[in-house]
Design a protein around this ligand. Sequence first.
Ligand code: PSU
Ligand code: MN
Length: 304
Amino acid sequence: MPPDTLPLLDIAAPVAAALAENRPVVALESTIITHGMPYPQNAEMAAAVERIITEEGAVPATIAVIDGRLKVGLSDEQRNQLAKVTAAMKLSRADLAFAIAEGRTGGTTVAATMIAAALAGIRVFATGGIGGVHKGAEKSFDISADLDELAQTQLIVVSAGAKAILDIEKTLEVLETRGVPVVAYRSDVMPAFWSRTSPYKAPLRLDEPAAIARFFETRRALGLAGGMLVANPVAAEHEIAFNKMAVHIAAAQQAAEKDGIAGKSVTPYLLAKILELTQGASLTTNIALVENNARLAARIAREI
Ligand code: PSU
Ligand code: MN
């Protein structure tokens, strides 16, 4: 850890104890709380994933910036408070330090959560979906900083793949170029967040948490920088079929264009729109897949 970092990080006592004793810890992001889901489902989801990780024998560490402090592990009260903040910032690599320097409060994206988790010495991180290359990126240049972060920060990120609001094919191309392994869990094709399958082949496949841990350790032993992405399909009973989602996604995209949405507002806007168009079904699936990812992340963390 760089010498100036320690005073900026608040590592919660249970997380610090687990790290000191080499027990498994799973990091969790908080943009999904502040910008990804409405209240109170966001608070319930955030509590449920921590419970699942604990049941699986690991220690959860939800990461966020609260009043300028970079928190690694939140108390129940801090987590519930954050779920109610309406003016929280959405923090990525570009503005994480801004929020700390200015004493602000914000949810950390996959990129910012990876930075904080790595500083704390955490190796495994569970989220819903990562950011990626947006559809129409050839015009908008909208490519999430999550991809660059995966290329440089050594962590296993467990997701349900790239959200189908993104261009999955281009997202996979960028990850390959940047040397980020993409491993589908027990699947030959990429899951697409709400859907178990997509038309895109998975670059790599592994079927056991121990095998994922072994792959990660081998990369480390070779001195390869950067993280890896695990794509974990949502359970069949919770999925919304790819073709069905495609219709809603296209409608949401059209609305975003009409409303002139750009920059970091794009992802939260599309998620809210899709929630509306699916009459809440997308949220039920979103919660189920985050829980599913938390479970797998805890099992991988136990093997490391
Ligand atoms: N998945 C969700 N809800 C979210 C996100 C992902 O279901 O809110 C967030 C994650 O924090 C991810 C971020 O890192 O969206 C990507 O945003 P952008 O495309 O602006 O980089
Ligand atoms: Mn973006």
